[in-house]
Design a protein around this ligand. Structure first.
Ligand code: SF4
Length: 459
């Protein structure tokens, strides 16, 4: 693609995975930190084509090392608008993965990148990746007239970049939260993740952004304007089938077609029956906990285990791939702030567990009366301790639990055996048993006898 870049660049490398054994360095990711941000700025703020690395580049990094990473892209163009930032930012994931020997996962402030040993040996540096990004963005989007790429690997610079990026994410999410599904006639779809989850179709509405968090309804609208035949398309809303569950005929028809008939119906605001499909780059997972009839939420940055005893990564492996998983749902962090957040399942009244870091991050979205009733990893590490915690705090699910327990007790009482005998011998004369002689004996060992009625007759 470019003589300056020592490796190949192309769509063919998109699915390339770099395992730990073939990794030269790890950048950002769960054991370090990082963020990516793309901004539309005035043309005078962009030095077209410039690529900068603040901190050590790959050739100054130690093999096997782990480094923080910030990616900051500024674009300018007459037809560009701020609403496009999220869509262009999401493209970063795909463009980075076109570079042979470079792997990019996730989005926003949960990115995770790797450079392979082979690529490092060939001399690949972040600088080259920046050069590739400049070309790829300009080739795919002719509305981008100027582009400048900066990588940060210096820890202080990465921290500053993360803080700046989070402010922008919050602003984007807050804008999206002000609009509701009923305020618009058209929704948007995103098919970007079909490259690895072929039946996955993100339905993007004002009350529900894409699972990766990078594409809101506003960004969908802006994307269709600049790239009408791109991966983001309009979905006519159609008829409202269920306003609480969030079922719309327009979404059902569109998803049925784009998933090749695999997905028939979608509920936008429920994790039961017909939940939205999950691709793999969702920021968090909502999961049903039958033992307490509540819902837990775990996000990608949490490294501990959920009350099920499994971490996010294991759960994500079972949930993703573009399927509808009953009781599991990949979501964006922004969706936790939606006024329609899982409204068909009880919303925040049904949430029983989430990591403390996430709980703090979305504190403003949690109803005040619920905040202290939602357990974190410090309060409950397994299902038993979770159950106890919820009882102590008088969580709304407890009432339902108590009713269920009562019903179970009653059912048990009703089914108490009328007799328990260690051994019971019955002559079975007249009982037709295939292949048995006409007269024989049946011996029950440790028998528990249940009967609807016991009648004792005097002889
Ligand atoms: S998660 Fe959804 S919105 Fe985000 S890139 Fe994938 S398909 Fe698009």
């Amino acid at each position: 693609m470019d003589e300056e870049i020592p490796v190949d660049v192309g769509l063919i490398y998109e699915g390339e995975r770099i395992r730990k054994s073939s990794m030269y360095v790890d950048l950002a990711g769960p054991k370090s930190k990082g963020a990516e941000l793309l901004r539309v700025v005035p043309p005078e703020e962009v030095e077209d084509g410039k690529v900068e690395v603040i901190g050590p580049d790959v050739d100054q990094m130690e093999e096997g090392g782990r480094y923080p990473l910030g990616i900051y892209i500024k674009v300018a163009g007459e037809k560009l608008e701020e609403d496009l930032e999220g869509v262009f930012e999401r493209k970063l994931h795909y463009f980075c993965n076109y570079v042979q020997g470079f792997m990019h996962l996730n989005s926003r402030d949960i990115i995770w990148c790797r450079i392979s040993k082979d690529a490092a040996k060939k001399g690949l540096k972040l600088y080259h990746i920046g050069k590739a990004l400049v070309k790829l963005y300009k080739t795919e989007f002719d509305v981008i007239e100027k582009i400048q790429v900066t990588f940060y690997t210096d820890e202080k610079a990465v921290d500053e970049h993360i803080a700046r990026a989070r402010k922008v994410y919050e602003k984007r999410d807050a804008r999206a939260a002000a609009l509701k599904d009923e305020d618009v006639d058209v929704f948007y779809s995103c098919l970007l993740c079909q490259s690895f989850a072929p039946t996955h179709v993100c339905a993007i509405t004002p009350s529900r952004s894409g699972g990766c968090g990078a594409v809101t309804w506003f960004e969908g609208r802006a994307a269709v304007k600049v790239d009408p035949s791109g991966p983001i398309q309009e979905i006519p809303k159609g008829e409202v089938i269920d306003p609480v569950k969030g079922e719309f005929s327009g979404i059902n028809e569109y998803v049925r077609e784009k998933s090749n008939g695999s997905i028939e119906r979608v509920y936008l605001h429920s994790i039961f029956d017909y939940p939205h499909t999950s691709c793999g780059c969702f920021e968090a997972i909502a999961f049903y906990i039958p033992e307490v009839d509540g819902i837990g939420i775990v996000h990608r940055d949490f490294h501990g285990v959920t009350p099920f005893g499994i971490p996010f990564s294991t759960m994500a492996g079972q949930v993703g791939g573009g399927v509808q998983s009953q009781g599991f749902l990949g979501i964006s962090i922004a969706y936790l702030r939606s006024p329609k957040f899982l409204q068909a399942d009880g919303g925040w009244q049904r949430i029983v567990w989430m990591p403390s870091q996430l709980k703090e991050r979305v504190r403003d979205a949690i109803p005040q009366e619920m905040y202290d009733k939602i357990a974190t990893e410090s309060d409950a590490q397994d299902l038993e301790s979770l159950k106890e915690w919820l009882k102590q705090k008088g969580h709304p699910v407890v009432e339902r639990l108590a009713e269920e327990e009562k019903a179970e007790e009653e059912a048990e009482e009703e089914s108490q055996p009328v007799a328990t005998v260690p051994e019971l011998t019955l002559p079975a004369q007249g009982v037709p048993v295939a292949g048995a002689p006409a007269e024989f004996t049946i011996i029950f060992k440790n028998a528990k006898i249940y009967a609807e009625k016991v009648i004792i007759r005097r002889k």
